[in-house]
Design a protein around this ligand. Structure first.
Ligand code: ZN
Length: 312
């Protein structure tokens, strides 16, 4: 595996700058203390959404002082810059219909927040999503409870510790000898929605091997020159997308008949035409999928015909 001279450096969600201050996580009673301190900045998550403030050009996360109810909520310590306030995420109660505040999901605001806020939200979502899905011990089935300021869960029966997981997926722009790009539609996707190929890393597998296996399984092609291009936290619910390019050894596509409904090679002119007339809908610009296509295309993709990414 090689690294491209020009990796994709400005991927949304990938540049959180808050100091995670991991050394504080083991302080006894840290969350109770922080949630009693009016100087703490609380980020409340409700059903995967957060309150945002500002106009669309300059959105930021709304963070508030703690309220008494926070002491009884799932809470995680997000971090603290030197000399700055501590940041804590809490999972709040559902809001009433007609709540005047502006609650938005990460997909809606990822490209509108600055790097710091987008990174903080990605961390808060991935961590709270992990908690929600790991309430019981994988060894014995008894309930687990959060420790270390929300960064560990411990089994109440056998004492085992369980750490947050990240599920790694590879995503790759595959080109042929004529520099055409391979686009594919997942079997469960609507007509017209296309992306580059992607799939989860399997146990005991290297990233490079996962790229080659996924391409072989899904479209029957062998690849070479697998090159790393960039990676992006993707907290839907707890993934990391690792992006590559790869060169196909041939052009003959053989669909797996299961995961992929259709796949084809496209030239740059062909892609522009298909986007313009609606035959191809691409993922939103927040996704690494869009950015891999754009990198091959050589300039921003035509902006019509986006679908909201649901991958992950
Ligand atoms: Zn257990």
């Amino acid at each position: 595996m090689t690294c491209a001279a020009e990796t994709i450096r400005d991927l949304p969600l990938a540049h959180g700058s808050l100091d995670r201050a991991a050394h504080r996580r083991r302080e006894p009673g840290l969350l109770d203390a922080l949630l009693s301190d009016p100087g703490t900045r609380v980020l409340e998550l409700v059903g995967g959404t957060v309150e945002v403030v500002g106009s669309d050009g300059e959105l930021s996360l709304h963070q508030r002082p703690p309220v008494p109810a926070d002491r009884h909520r799932l809470a995680v310590f997000l971090g603290q810059d030197e000399g700055g306030p501590a940041h804590v995420a809490v999972v709040g109660d559902p809001v009433d219909e007609g709540d005047p505040r502006s609650w938005r999901g990460l997909r809606q605001v990822a490209t509108l927040l600055d790097d710091r806020d987008a990174g903080m939200l990605a961390t808060a979502l991935a961590l709270t999503n992990w908690h929600t899905a790991h309430t019981h011990c994988p060894r014995c089935g008894h309930p687990t409870s959060p420790e270390q300021a929300g960064w560990v869960r411990r089994c109440g029966y056998d004492g085992s510790e369980h750490y947050p997981r990240t599920d790694v997926a590879v995503i790759m722009s595959v080109t042929d000898a004529d520099d055409r790009l391979l686009l594919a539609r997942g079997a469960e996707w609507p007509e017209g929605r296309f992306s580059v190929l992607a799939g989860f890393l399997e146990p005991g597998e290297s990233l490079e091997a996962a790229v080659a296996r996924e391409v072989r399984e899904e479209v029957g092609l062998e690849v070479e020159d697998v090159t790393f291009l960039g990676d992006q936290p993707w907290p839907f619910p707890t993934s990391l997308m690792v992006g590559f390019t790869a060169r196909a050894a041939g052009s003959a596509i053989e669909l797996d008949g299961d995961e992929i409904a259709e796949a084809f090679w496209v030239t740059r002119e062909g892609l522009a035409e298909r986007i313009a007339d609606g035959r191809v809908l691409v993922s939103s610009r927040m996704s690494i999928s869009h950015r891999l296509m754009e990198r091959w295309y050589g300039q921003p993709l035509p902006t019509t015909g986006e679908w909201r990414s649901v991958r992950g």
